[in-house]
Write a protein that binds this ligand. Structure first.
Ligand code: CAA
Ligand code: NAD
Length: 330
């Protein structure tokens, strides 16, 4: 028998087979019901290289995965590459405080695991896992997944990093609902320790198992949640943020005082307005609009006029240089 090279392992890993430590190949392993064991996730395609996608790609590369990072233009990808490099430098400064050269090597090696591309369909053809982190719009996400579904190998798992949309609805644009789930990371991804793993009714045990293992490989603490609006964190966090804006709109306290109060009185690392700017007011607007359309009777999900006006004026938070606060260097 020929020895298994990394390449032949990679090719074999496209099939739902299990490679034993001795290198022999066993057929599909039954997990439960008709579930089939998945090969471990080694190659990841991240679509969307904004705040979240660049952080997810960085952490995937830091934890040894091969990554393809996709966005709509080379210009956007070049901004993402710079963002990843500077974040890696922050990690390296801490991790290799005693050995700066090792830090430089770490940044170079990690960046070297990321390929930057504008071709999502091509990138989906050679990966074990797709993580979508594009704009928070169900129609746009469905269109993307329906194109990828035709191109990706049948063994590839699809996931969305959506903050608020229904994974079931996004997955309905594909024929691989058993290999579909949610992977909800938190901003900033290199720092935040949590990963919410979402399963829809059709997610197979093998897919769920592979996603939980991937979360651990990414060195995140995983929690699982059903496909419910906002999952765990955002179901609690987004109404709190909206309520802070309503407090401001009623003129009951200033943004600065509300932020100070929540940091010093509740121990939050950021006040609600700092966090809104950090997350992006566009994303928050999309979340509230989507929820209020679907659940018009829930007062917690009502959009706020102040956020809408800031977004309309292009003031979407830190990423545009201004939101509730200004981040422009004078
Ligand atoms: N990359 C790498 N490291 C980073 C980083 C980044 N982008 N941002 C911060 N860090 C590291 C710093 O190097 C620093 O490390 P050390 O303390 O070991 O030196 C540490 O994180 C703290 O950073 P700073 O000193 O610059 O600033 P800080 O103490 O104010 O922390 C923060 C920054 C981690 C962002 C903190 O303010 C925080 O936790 N804020 C709340 C963030 C939050 O709630 N995120 C969830 C948003 S909701 C969401 O994501 C879900 C959704 O769907 C909308
Ligand atoms: P962002 O605006 O920073 O980045 C989105 C990126 O997707 C942009 O670079 C855009 O060019 C790209 N894009 C749009 N359509 C595309 C397409 N068809 N193909 C390839 N690239 C495309 O947004 P973000 O804050 O990173 O959020 C992305 C997703 O993650 C959203 O679903 C959001 O709800 C979710 N999320 C956001 C946060 C947060 O704190 N911002 C946290 C968790 C989850």
């Amino acid at each position: 028998m020929f020895p298994l090279t990394r390449c032949s392992r990679w090719l074999l890993s496209r099939q739902p087979q299990v490679i034993s430590a001795a290198g022999s190949v066993r057929g599909p392993r039954k997990l439960s019901g008709s579930a089939v064991a998945m090969a471990p996730i080694e190659r990841v395609t991240v679509i969307g290289s904004g705040l979240m996608g660049s952080g997810i790609a960085q952490v995937a590369a830091q934890t040894g995965h091969g990554v393809q990072l996709v966005d709509v233009s080379q210009d956007v990808l070049s901004v993402a590459s710079k963002r990843i490099e500077s974040s890696l430098a922050r990690v390296a400064k801490k991790k290799f405080a005693e050995d700066p050269q090792a830090g430089v090597d770490f940044v170079k090696t990690t960046l070297g695991r990321i390929q930057f591309t504008v071709d999502a369909v091509e990138a989906a053809k050679s990966c074990d896992l797709v993580i979508e982190a594009i704009v928070e719009n169900v129609g746009v996400k469905q269109k993307l997944f329906s194109e990828l579904d035709k191109a990706a190998p049948s063994s590839t798992i699809f996931t969305s990093n959506t903050s608020s949309l229904s994974i079931t609805e996004i997955a309905s644009s594909t024929d691989r609902r058993d290999r579909f789930g949610g992977l909800h990371f938190f901003n900033p991804v290199p720092v935040m320790k949590l990963l919410e793993v979402i399963r829809i009714d059709e997610t197979s045990d093998a897919t769920f198992d592979a996603l939980m293992k991937f979360g651990k490989a990414m060195k995140k603490t995983t929690v699982s949640c059903k496909d419910t609006p906002g999952f765990i964190v955002n179901r609690l966090l987004v109404p709190y943020l909206a309520e802070a804006v309503r407090l401001l709109e009623r003129g009951e306290a200033s943004a600065q005082d509300i932020d100070t109060a929540m940091k010093l009185g509740a121990g939050h690392p950021m006040g609600p307005f700092e966090l809104l700017d950090y997350v992006g007011l566009d994303t928050t607007k999309f979340i509230l609009e989507g929820w209020s359309e679907r659940f018009p009777d829930n007062p917690l999900f009502k959009p706020t006029e102040h956020v809408n006006q800031l977004v309309e004026a292009g003031k979407i938070g830190m990423k545009s240089g201004e939101g509730f606060y200004s981040y422009k260097k004078s």
